[in-house]
Design a protein around this ligand. Structure first.
Ligand code: PMV
Length: 350
């Protein structure tokens, strides 16, 4: 038998939503109840590096994450493998000179360049890198938007990590999900002085996973109905406009209101879900103090399904914002003493 090993590597960035995805209208296909927008962080600071290989000599499909064997039997990973193999099989059917890779066992090896202990959601970069690595291995010609349809089935937010810069995930309205995909709003170079500071909380408690948190919110929160019918549609328009105009105060206000709205819906579920803790709330007050002192909005906070904080600001305000956080956090219990210093600013990719 031919035991040749075929191989391809790629990286994918972390993205942090400024209009939040929260709620599935179809949990199996990961179809969302609303559109969302994210900012892609610099791959120099936060990225997943993934190598995909396939060979008749492998024992079966496998996935290694940060050196540890990972379970691939889950429906999400299986959906990505199945969709990518089907696309490769279509190429092979059209061109008989191509090697038959679609039937060979796959070996995926994936590593994050940021500590897992940072508690940052890494599934977005993880599934985006997995999909792109296999697409490269199979020499698929699909566009990033088309690949985002596959990554979405691994983890919803992963569909936005197929692009750098400012990215929208359009919810779509088809039942089969073929129009629920990501597209680029602007390259990072459109607004190159955007920066992100990541503040890491010492969290003892395990957070409610996003899938069950979303399910509970859709099922029990009344506030959530207003969020998806009115709040998010208005914020999508305001956020795209803020990005297009490079209007930081508008970008910041929508970002903070979106984070507040998402966490209010989580708290409105029954029983309530609390992702933020006292340290998270203290950082919100710190951002308010920074903005009050500056006399204008120069910093914006946002929180995902956990207590860690991401602060957006512009490069020209870096000394003010990062300096204030460093002074402030050293006196607040619950924050890692070195967080503001150690994480420093995360630049967007060129
Ligand atoms: O992609 P998931 O299923 O891990 O969900 C991500 C949800 C949030 O991070 C809270 C919001 C978002 O849009 O990324």
């Amino acid at each position: 038998a031919d035991n040749k090993v075929y191989r391809a590597s790629t990286t994918a960035p972390v993205n942090i939503a400024v209009v939040k995805y929260w709620g599935k209208r179809d949990p199996k296909l990961n179809l969302p109840t609303n559109s969302s927008i994210s900012v892609t962080l610099s791959q120099a600071d936060l990225r997943t590096l993934t190598t995909a290989s396939c060979s008749a000599s492998f024992d079966g499909d496998s996935l290694t994450l940060n050196g540890q064997a990972s379970d691939i039997s889950g429906a999400r990973t299986q959906a990505c493998f199945r969709e990518l193999r089907a696309r490769r099989a279509a190429l092979e059917a059209a061109d008989s000179s191509l090697p038959k890779l679609s039937t060979l066992p796959l070996k995926i090896v994936s590593e994050n360049n940021f500590p897992t202990a940072a508690g940052l959601a890494s599934s977005a970069a993880g599934f985006a890198a997995l999909v792109r690595a296999i697409a490269n291995l199979y020499e698929l010609t699909d566009s990033p938007s088309e690949l985002s349809l596959i990554a979405r089935q691994g983890s919803g937010s992963a569909c936005r990590s197929l692009f750098g810069g400012y990215v929208a995930w359009r919810m779509g309205d088809k039942a089969d999900g073929t129009d629920s995909k990501a597209d680029l709003i602007s390259e990072a170079s459109h607004w190159p002085n955007m920066r992100a500071l990541i503040l890491v909380v010492n969290a003892a408690k395990k957070d409610v996973p996003s899938t069950s948190g979303m399910q509970q919110t859709v099922a029990t929160s009344g506030l959530f109905q207003q969020r998806i019918s009115q709040v998010v549609p208005a914020n999508m328009i305001l956020m795209e406009e803020a990005i297009r105009k490079k209007d930081f105060p508008q970008f910041a206000e929508v970002t903070m209101r979106e984070s507040n709205s998402f966490h209010a819906c989580a708290a409105d579920t029954y029983p309530p879900i609390f992702y933020m803790n006292d340290a998270s709330r203290a950082a919100i007050r710190a951002v308010e103090a920074i903005n009050a002192q500056a006399g204008k909005t120069i910093a914006a906070y946002t929180y995902d399904a956990g207590p860690n904080c991401v602060i957006y600001f512009l490069e020209e305000d870096e000394a003010t914002v990062v300096g204030a956080f460093h002074r402030f956090l050293s006196g607040v219990s619950g924050w890692k003493a070195s967080a503001a210093e150690a994480k420093s600013s995360v630049e967007l990719p060129e």
